[in-house]
Every structure is written in C-alpha cells, then in structure tokens.
Design a protein around this ligand. Structure first.
Ligand SMILES: Nc1nc2c(ncn2[C@@H]2O[C@H](COP(=O)(O)OP(=O)(O)OP(=O)(O)O)[C@@H](O)[C@H]2O)c(=O)[nH]1
Ligand SMILES: [Mg+2]
Ligand SMILES: [Zn+2]
Length: 267
C-alpha cells in the first residue's frame, strides 16, 4: 500500500531521514480512476470542498463527478464559490441553487479579500480536502484561512514561470489552534474518472436517482428504455434533472469500457 496525503503512518527515524513502517487503516480514501490507473488524492478526509469561481467556465459535469465521488467516499460535500468580489459572481451564484437539493452545502468566499467567514464554520474538527480546476483560488483560500501556510499561488508561480498548474502536490495544513482538524490543498484537475465505482455504488452515490431506482419494475433495470422505469418517469416529470441521468449513464459506460480494456490487456 502506498502512502497518500492524510495518511497516519508509523515510521522509524534514521538520522535526518525516516523509513515508513506501516500505514494505519484509513477512514476514507478519495481518488479518481480511469482505465489504467488510480490516482489517489487524499486519505482520512471527512469532507470535500469543491472550489469554483466566476471567470473560468463552469464545467457542471465535472462538478457533478466530484459530488458523486464525495458521496461514494462517505464524505460531506461543500461547494465553495470563490471570488465573490468579481462582478460575474452573482450570475454564477444564481445557477447553483439547484445543487442544494442534492445535499450540497454552499459557502461563498473571497480569498483575496480574506473573506472566508461563510466557510470557517464548516471546518472545525473536520479533515477537509480542497479540489477544483486550476486557478479557482484553492491555495489562496488556504493562505486566507491559515496565514502561516504560505502556499504558492498563481502570482508566485508566474514570477517563477513554473507552468500552468501552480500547486503540484497535495499538501496538508493543520488548522490554527484552538481549531482542530486539517485541510489539504491539491493540484488543479480537469478530469475526474470514476471507473472504480460499480453500478450499485454509483446508484447509491446519486442521491437523487437512488430512491426512484428502488421503485423500477425490474430489479436489474438500467434506466434506459425499460418498461416501468421509475427513474425515466422521474426525469419526465422533472424530479430528476436529465443532465444527472446523462452523467449516470456516462459513468456506467466509462466503467464498462475500463472493464473491457482491462480484460483485453490481460489477454
Ligand atoms: N478576484 C479574486 N481573485 C482570486 C481570489 N482567490 C484567488 N484569486 C486569484 O486567482 C488566481 C489563482 O489562485 P490560486 O490560489 O493559485 O489557484 P489554485 O486553485 O490554487 O490553482 P492550482 O494550484 O493551479 O490548482 C490568483 O491570481 C489569485 O490571486 C478571489 O477571491 N478573488
Ligand atoms: Mg494551488
Ligand atoms: Zn429504471
């Protein structure tokens, strides 16, 4: 087992270096996966903070993948809408009300203005993971929450000319006392595969689809064209957003593709 940010490890010091002896059992593991590899992101987190901001096109399918991934990992999901100081913020914020019924909490922030008061109440005693596309302000948020963190942000990387993604590895920062818990900053990501989730796991992770899936006429209903499909019916009557069912099918397809590629690879 390879260690990942957030792990509890036992290690033996050897001069200035150390050797990892063992990794304690994890309470959660947040990761993404495609056909060939799993990309571990963080262990032992209790909540995922997905960061979005105006000015960078919102990829709602990506956002929905994070929500599903958090649910599947047993984590609470908080949508952090950053850069509230920008004029385009209001328009973006209005589009997000639809997410509240998926159990998503929303916190508005302006990291550059040090305005994190809506987010702070969510953090104490929690182990949080910041995720989001590059440039949304994850590292700037860390610095606003924990001044001594000194996480590199875009301005710094521009000065050093270190490329597109400013943060290159996940880093854990303890919350300042008297708060307990920690927060992990992670590198920006544009794709988020969930090929590790089975049909049943995906069904459970779609909190809007799961209750209807239990009512389908056939217990192995795939919610495509089957008669008596309660999920399709709920889409027709506006109780499930069609984009959510579209994503569900997309994820099932990706899973199937991954399985068949792996079978071919093993031959
Ligand atoms: N206007 C405004 N700009 C912000 C805010 N927060 C961050 N920024 C700016 O957005 C840019 C990107 O910030 P970063 O914190 O480096 O973004 P990141 O999400 O960590 O990016 P990666 O490390 O590449 O994933 C910087 O120029 C920040 O100054 C904010 O609240 N308002
Ligand atoms: Mg960063
Ligand atoms: Zn069905």
């Amino acid at each position: 087992m390879l260690p990942v940010c957030g792990d509890h490890i036992h290690f033996i010091r050897d001069g200035v270096e150390g050797v990892i002896e063992s990794i304690a059992p994890r309470t959660s593991l947040f990761y993404r996966s495609d056909v060939w590899k799993q990309k571990l992101i963080a262990a032992n987190v209790t909540q995922v903070l997905g960061v979005i901001a105006p000015g960078i096109a919102l990829d709602e399918m990506l956002l929905n993948r994070w929500i599903v991934a958090a649910k599947a990992a047993g984590c609470r999901f908080i949508l952090v809408v950053n850069k509230s100081d920008l004029p385009e913020f209001k328009e973006l914020r209005l589009r997000l009300e639809a997410y509240v019924h998926l159990g998503v909490h929303i916190a508005e922030t302006s990291a550059v203005k040090n305005d994190t008061q809506n987010l702070v109440p969510f953090l104490d005693r929690e182990r949080s993971l910041l995720i989001g596309q590059s440039g949304m302000g994850k590292s700037t948020l860390v610095n606003a929450l924990i001044p001594e963190a000194c996480a590199a942000t875009k301005e710094v990387s521009d000065a050093l000319d270190s490329g597109r993604h400013t943060t290159s590895a996940a880093t854990l920062y303890p919350l300042p006392t008297p708060k307990q818990g920690w927060i992990i900053d992670s590198p920006g990501m544009r794709v988020f595969g969930l090929a590790h989730l089975s049909f049943d796991e995906l069904t459970r992770a779609f909190v809007d689809i799961a209750p209807y899936a239990a009512q389908c006429q056939f217990h192995d209903c795939r919610h495509l064209q089957e008669p008596g499909c309660a999920v399709q019916e709920a889409v027709k009557t506006g109780r499930i957003h069609p984009k959510r069912l579209q994503l569900f099918h997309e994820l099932i397809r990706e899973r199937k593709e991954a399985e068949s590629e792996q079978r071919m690879g093993k031959r």
